[in-house]
Design a binder for this molecule. Structure first.
Ligand SMILES: NC(=O)c1ccc[n+]([C@@H]2O[C@H](COP(=O)([O-])OP(=O)(O)OC[C@H]3O[C@@H](n4cnc5c(N)ncnc54)[C@H](OP(=O)(O)O)[C@@H]3O)[C@@H](O)[C@H]2O)c1
Length: 344
């Protein structure tokens, strides 16, 4: 009976601050084709998605769900190939590329019904983790349905060179908006300006307080801000609140500046909610999972945009299964540009 040596990263310790390798244990076991029961498939993982929500789920408090259980395989999206399948009527077959949610393990057995078939002859399979995956889903529906962008409006995107931010910036531009991209290095702002084509950029590390950031926002967008797509929170968000227009829409997609400690002990920033009152603005949180059922709609709209180069994207691909925990840590130090992926 064919067997495979399998490695798994087990999440074993809850981080208080930044997550790193010390919160994981590498374990080995053996997985056998005989374990593939009817309706299931054995997958060989190839590309792992590295996402900030992994750290959110390590908070000791409930979020949109209970915390990630300790002593289990770190969950996460994976692009994999089918090694064996136990269902003669399935349209899937051995060798097919699929998107699964089987986490940080080299091999995994899962329900066939959980898999999404990918076609590597049409577009790189890694796009299923980024520009045509979950980050795209929240970028697209979050901006269009909570932000309601109109031609000529000014949109500020924080975390703009990341997996979500780079897509938000480009969809806003497709809708005729002026985009200001905020990111954490000159390399990232150059990418935003020269490749993504945003109108204005800010390297927030050169404006390290809410006051300085507000001055810079006022300088480059004297017309004010109509939509703020927030990926980071903290003082950048405080500064944006100071400069919003009447009927501004603030979309809370993420608060990464708060994840490494602030989820359990919130940082108290300035309380600028009175600005929301004066400007009759709205603040809405958005979650990718609320749009899971609308993936077909997303793909039919965005796949041609990506194939035709209307939407460009960057990926940072780290090699080595052993690198997974350190790759997660990289997100919190801005070491990725675009979607962060680990390849076996
Ligand atoms: N609501 C949802 O369903 C949903 C779905 C996906 C993602 N998100 C959220 O969207 C945000 C972006 O996610 P992503 O997958 O696209 O990650 P990403 O932007 O590709 O990577 C994270 C980036 O965050 C920035 N960052 C890290 N610490 C920061 C800090 N203290 N202050 C400001 N920026 C910081 C870094 O870029 P710099 O070099 O620019 O600092 C880093 O590269 C996250 O907050 C995430 O939780 C939400």
């Amino acid at each position: 009976m064919t067997q495979f040596r399998n490695k798994q990263w087990i999440y074993t310790k809850r981080p208080e601050k930044v997550v790193n390798q010390s919160h994981y244990t590498l374990e080995e076991n053996v997985i056998s084709i005989s374990e593939v029961k009817p309706g299931k498939a054995l997958l060989k993982s190839v590309y792992f998605s590295i996402d900030p929500y992994m750290r959110i789920q390590q908070s000791k408090h409930n979020t949109w769900e209970e915390p990630h259980p300790l002593d289990t395989v770190q969950g996460g999206a994976v692009v994999a190939q089918i090694v064996a399948i136990n269902d003669n009527s399935s349209s899937l077959k051995k060798g097919d590329w699929v998107l699964s949610y089987t986490g940080w393990q080299e091999y995994a057995i899962t329900e066939i019904s959980n898999l999404r078939l990918l076609d590597p002859t049409k577009i790189s399979v890694t796009t299923a983790l980024g520009v045509l995956g979950m980050p795209a889903r929240i970028a697209y529906f979050g901006l269009l349905e909570a932000g309601l962008p109109k031609e000529g409006e000014t949109v500020v995107v924080s975390g703009a060179s990341g997996a979500v931010g780079q897509i938000v910036a480009q969809i806003a531009q497709i809708k005729g908006c002026k985009v200001i991209g905020i990111a954490g290095s000159d390399e990232k702002t150059k990418f935003l300006k020269e490749i993504i084509g945003v109108s204005e950029v800010i390297n927030y590390k050169k404006h390290s307080s809410a006051k300085e950031m507000y001055q810079e926002l006022k300088r480059i967008s004297p017309e004010g801000i109509d939509i703020y797509y927030d990926n980071v929170g903290g003082y950048i968000t405080d500064a944006v609140f100071e400069h919003i227009n009447i009927n501004a829409r603030i979309i809370i997609c993420g608060q990464i500046s708060q994840y490494s400690g602030g989820l359990d002990t919130p940082e108290m920033g300035p309380r600028f909610l009175h600005k929301i009152l004066y400007k009759r603005a709205t603040i809405q949180g958005v979650l990718a999972r609320d749009y899971n059922q609308r993936m077909d709609e997303l793909l039919s709209e965005m796949t041609p945009w990506v194939q035709d180069g209307l939407i460009k994207y960057k990926e940072t691909i780290i090699k080595g299964f052993d690198q997974l925990p350190e790759a997660l840590n990289m997100l919190f130090f801005g070491k990725n540009m675009g979607k962060l992926i680990v390849k076996i």
